[in-house]
Design a binder for this molecule. Structure first.
Ligand code: T1G
Length: 686
């Protein structure tokens, strides 16, 4: 039950917001806070006020459950205006996170104190909206247009130390001292008769003229398809106007986005992430398995990237490879990637060196003996993985977790090569592992609940998004990807060219199309997997037989100039496609972009319905998160399952039925769950 209490600390009113779990600014909180402020301002014995929050965090924003519903005053923007009108100083005391409406509330206060580990941000763009409580007008006045633009367009929070440097907060205080420090500051301000410091009265420090034009082109490139970041630039640009004019501009843009389609979709993604953390049969009070040190087997691209994640999270890791040259090459790549990501994040050199020192290279498997978790990331060969797990079983201490980074192998069979299958699971990182946020956590038949719980906590500590899946060839993501790859291959046979298909998918919102992605990953990798399973993709196989493995050989579906990653159309590819069509007796015909999208996405959705029914995926939201965070599915479309619901499952089912008949592909016949949901008039989410 939300509560906003007012207590007196002598002549200072301490207003405490208490709305677990994150003190969201629900209507009840807003109304109660408005009343407490009125009380404080009306009480002559009160000289100043402090706003503080109970629980683990300051206000983490408006109540997202209420957004999009009829707006009931006082709104966050009204509270901010009320604070502007306060004649007595008001100090915000911030711990945990001050996000969205929470930071806007603090910005409308006259002074701010924060704990050293506090994080302050305006993440609204991640929900498809912009700050709607005056944040786009007050933040630029507090820290300058450029810094405000960076925070609002990225939605990323900053730490308290950076906020202090930027002038966003006035002082730091430990958790224990936060309240007393804020009260003392309020008392000092009163004693020094300092008038309330209102950000609305400050002008925005002049910004270079091209700041906003550069920001617009940057946003158009980096946030393609997302509406909110561009509107955020417009709102911050409006801060150059008189405060109230800029605020009106913000409110107009905010309301437009709140009514727009992307808010609903990105809110779905927000809550899907929260749901993904809840594993039905995993008790919350399971005994913890601490992970203080790790080992990674295999210093290839994935192994190196995974080791980097551990070091970056401050966990010592031994990187083991049986080949000295491979190990040195892996370390070289790892250092290069670490330095690049350190530059992107302005990580001080000393901190980079400290983290790099967390990585201990080794040529001996025995050096994994003391690790709390061992992640195997060697070549995709089941027998090789089983032999390594067998050896680790004899080496690694009892209670350690044994994980495989395989992207499709049978974890149950890997676990069976040890005497401790309960300690085995899959941790499927995505390439590049130090960049991609997703980890498919593959729960095998024997995986112990404590092993699963500890692995989920670890993946979060590595600042990754864990999604639990079951054992199946390719788990969830790659199993759906196989459907798309098969149909992409068929589109070439039927008349499309790589460029047509990729363009359709890029216009749909993917960062790159299936053929450019295949060239990046290397056609030979999938070719060897297909050969193991006796699957033929005539066009892809012909390209591989011609030595066209993609970027690594300078040609695949596209050709690449030396040193360039830009795929250029290659008449040689067209000749190979034409030859395959002739062999198969296919008369090519033009295929519209909309049909290309359907023929690639609907089969994935169909396969996802099978995986849901089989329990390989726990819920549709998990599937959406996997494709958004692992395969570039545009978040503003909500993921394949959410998208299918918007199209209407009956339409998806009918198209699949038609395609199955037209293309003679039984795999396209609608999955039983899809048929059932259509009969019941339900979607995946209803
Ligand atoms: N509204 C409602 N519920 C929220 C919430 C919010 N703002 N934030 C979190 N929850 C719920 C969440 O669903 C979960 O519920 C529980 O709290 C714990 O969250 C006017 C319009 C604060 C960093 O975008 O980023 O302000 O699943 O599991 O990992 O301009 O939550 O337990 O039932 O995520 O410790 C802007 C959103 C809103 C911040 C904590 N604010 N929250 O992370 O816990 S728009 C945000 C977060 C706005 C104004 C506009 C994180 C967190 P349940 P959790 P966590």
């Amino acid at each position: 039950m939300a509560d906003v209490r007012l207590e007196r600390a002598g002549d200072i009113a301490v207003i405490e917001i208490d709305n677990p779990p994150v003190n969201a600014l629900s209507h009840a909180v807003r109304a109660a806070l408005a009343s407490r402020l009125d009380e404080a301002m009306a009480d002559n014995a009160v000289k100043a006020a402090v706003i503080v929050c109970a629980g683990r965090t300051f206000v983490a924003g408006a109540d997202i459950n209420e957004l999009g519903k009829p707006r009931t005053p006082p709104l966050t923007v009204d509270l901010a205006t009320q604070l502007d009108g306060c004649t007595k100083p008001v100090v915000a005391a911030i711990h945990g996170t001050a996000l969205g409406g929470g930071l806007e509330l603090a910005l409308a206060c006259h002074w701010r104190v924060a704990t050293p580990d506090a994080r302050l941000g305006l993440p609204e763009v991640k929900l498809g909206i912009i700050p709607g409580g005056g944040g786009t007008q007050r933040l630029p006045r507090a820290i300058g247009a450029k810094a405000a633009l960076d925070m609002i367009v990225s939605g990323e929070p900053i730490g308290a130390a950076a906020a202090l440097d930027a002038g966003l907060v006035d002082a730091l205080a430990t958790h224990d001292d936060l309240r007393t420090t804020a009260v003392a500051l309020a008392r000092r301000i009163v004693a020094e008769k300092r008038p309330p410091k209102r950000l609305r009265d400050r002008a925005v420090a002049s910004a270079p003229a091209e700041l906003f034009s550069r920001a617009r082109s940057d946003v158009a490139r980096r946030h393609r398809g997302f509406e909110a970041p561009l509107k955020a630039v417009d709102a911050v640009a409006a801060a150059a106007m008189r405060f109230d004019d800029g605020l009106n501009r913000e409110q107009t843009l905010f309301a437009e986005l709140l009514r727009g389609p992307q808010f609903g979709t990105l809110r779905h993604v927000f809550f899907a992430e929260r749901e993904a953390a809840k594993i039905p049969d995993l008790a919350a009070d399971l005994p913890k398995r601490d992970i203080g040190q790790a080992a990674v087997i295999g210093a290839g691209t994935m192994g190196g990237g995974i080791a980097l994640c551990f070091a970056d999270a401050g966990i010592p890791v031994t990187l083991i490879d049986s080949d000295r040259v491979g190990l040195e090459r892996g370390l070289g790549t790892l250092r290069k990637n670490f330095e690049a990501s350190a530059r992107r994040r302005n990580l001080p050199a000393a901190e980079l060196d400290k983290r790099l020192a967390m990585i201990k290279p080794s040529l001996r498997l025995a050096d994994a003996a003391t690790a709390d978790i061992v992640i195997e990331a060697v070549f995709e060969d089941l027998a090789l993985k089983q032999s390594i797990f067998g050896k680790l079983d004899a080496i690694v201490k009892p209670g350690a977790i044994l994980a495989s980074n395989t992207s499709y192998q049978d974890i149950d069979r890997i676990a069976a090569s040890t005497k401790r299958p309960a300690d085995v699971l899959g941790l499927h990182f995505f390439s590049p592992a130090h960049v991609m946020r997703l980890v498919e956590v593959v729960r095998a038949k024997a995986t112990a609940p404590t092993v699963l719980a500890a692995s989920l906590a670890l993946v979060r500590k590595l600042r990754k998004l864990p999604v639990v899946v079951g054992v199946a060839p390719g788990f969830v993501g790659n199993r759906m990807l196989f459907e798309r790859s098969r149909e992409a291959e068929r589109l070439l046979r039927d008349g499309a060219l790589p460029h047509d298909v990729d363009l359709a998918m890029v216009e749909f919102g993917f960062p790159m199309g299936p053929f450019a992605a295949a060239d990046l990953a290397g056609l030979d990798v999938a070719w060897s997997t297909r050969k193991v399973h006796g699957i033929a993709f005539p066009v892809a196989d012909a390209l591989c037989e011609a030595g066209r493995y993609g970027q690594k050989t300078g040609k695949g579906y596209y050709r690449y100039e030396a040193g360039s990653r830009e795929g250029l159309a290659d008449p040689e590819t067209d000749r190979i496609v034409a030859a395959v069509r002739e062999q198969l007796g296919v008369t090519p015909k033009p295929i519209a972009a909309g049909v290309i999208v359907e023929r690639l996405i609907y089969p994935m959705v169909n396969q996802a319905a099978r995986l849901l029914e089989a329990g390989v995926a726990l819920r549709p939201g998990d599937i959406d998160l996997i494709w958004i965070n692992g395969y570039g599915f545009p978040a503003w479309r909500g993921g394949p399952m959410f998208y299918a619901d918007q199209i209407g499952l009956a339409n998806v089912r009918d198209r699949l039925t038609h395609l199955a008949r037209e293309l003679g592909e039984t795999a396209l016949e609608p999955a039983p769950l899809l048929e059932r949901r259509v009969k019941e008039g339900r979607g995946f989410y209803s």
